[in-house]
Ligand binder design. Sequence first.
Ligand SMILES: NC(=O)c1ccc[n+]([C@@H]2O[C@H](COP(=O)([O-])OP(=O)(O)OC[C@H]3O[C@@H](n4cnc5c(N)ncnc54)[C@H](O)[C@@H]3O)[C@@H](O)[C@H]2O)c1
Length: 372
Amino acid sequence: MLIGVPKEIKNHEYRIGLTPAGVKELVMNGHQVMVENNGGAAIGFENDQYVAAGASIIDSAEEIFAKAEMIIKVKEPQPNECRMLRPGQLLFTYLHLAPDPQQTELLVASGCTAIAYETVTDPRGGLPLLAPMSEVAGRMSIQAGAHHLEKAQGGLGALLGGVPGVAPAKVLVIGGGVVGTQAARMAVGMGADVTILDRSLPRLRQLDTEFDGRLRTVYSTADAVEQYAIEADLVVGAVLIPGAAAPKLLTRDIIGRMKKGAVVVDVAIDQGGCFETSKATTHQEPTYVVDDVVHYCVANMPGGVARTSTIALTNATLPFAVALANKGVKQALWDDEHLMNGLNVHAGKITYKAVADVLGYSFVEPKTALGA
Ligand SMILES: NC(=O)c1ccc[n+]([C@@H]2O[C@H](COP(=O)([O-])OP(=O)(O)OC[C@H]3O[C@@H](n4cnc5c(N)ncnc54)[C@H](O)[C@@H]3O)[C@@H](O)[C@H]2O)c1
């Protein structure tokens, strides 16, 4: 199969759809890969590394879109990219169609087949192509929080781990899923005093076993949030209710009673945020202050560590990309119900129910749309 990897064009997006190692795997499977000139250069993946892996370097995105049978990307295609897609062509990337009627309309009009990373599932009910970015954001939340606790960044001037003779800072993690677990892991590793809240008792049991007494697990109630937030130096918001906006667990009133210079990192901001005072920020201006509490609410945290994120993403997407290239899209989808769950658009039809429902399209079962 002829595979194309264009350079990402969304503002401040430095990730790329495949690492050189990913290219090499596909080439070893007998496929050809075109990578756009300097597509990974911003994160240290140079053209010569892609060439050494067997890719050809192509100067223009237009040529890649015109020739490739499968396009592998990171972010949703921008309108001019959507207009270059054609019937029969496969797009494999994050799409997030539900809140994006324009992109949906353009993908439907293109006639292409679009598989969304974020809706591919795994046998344990997880989202294997979303998890790596949650892992990155979870780990990063503590790094960002620790940095902004420094006095010069507006924080109260506390060191997460303390030092001998000085108590460690108190970290509250709300939500013990993928993000929360990785945040807790970093906070524990830095020597902080960590409490993690969740509404799932099985999850709290797992965390209790996993961390073997090195953190406190507490059932999440409004009272618990209030009690631990008011004492905390750093709060990480990591809740998710699938398919719903994040609940506003940290109210304005609680924020107003927190320590001056405390830091709150709302990782759930991409679902609307779980603090009442949260509004999305960017890596250029990541924080703002409400009631003397520093808010960090960057909506695309993994973009800040684009090299790590690119490698983590390729690790997760590559087996699917290889299957799609080896078998062809129809066979690969028929053979793997979890990959099939990723199919959002096929030949002008919406094949993902939640997207069809929210945007007013008629839903066509993926298997029906694909045909035998
Ligand atoms: N900002 C970013 O760059 C970025 C990057 C990756 C993920 N995210 C977001 O982070 C959030 C968490 O993602 P995840 O992968 O960890 O999800 P997840 O499903 O693995 O975990 C969510 C956890 O929240 C818990 N929860 C639900 N309601 C709760 C409540 N009231 N109190 C306490 N816990 C509660 C659930 O039981 C679950 O364990 C999502 O909104 C995701 O979109 C943001």
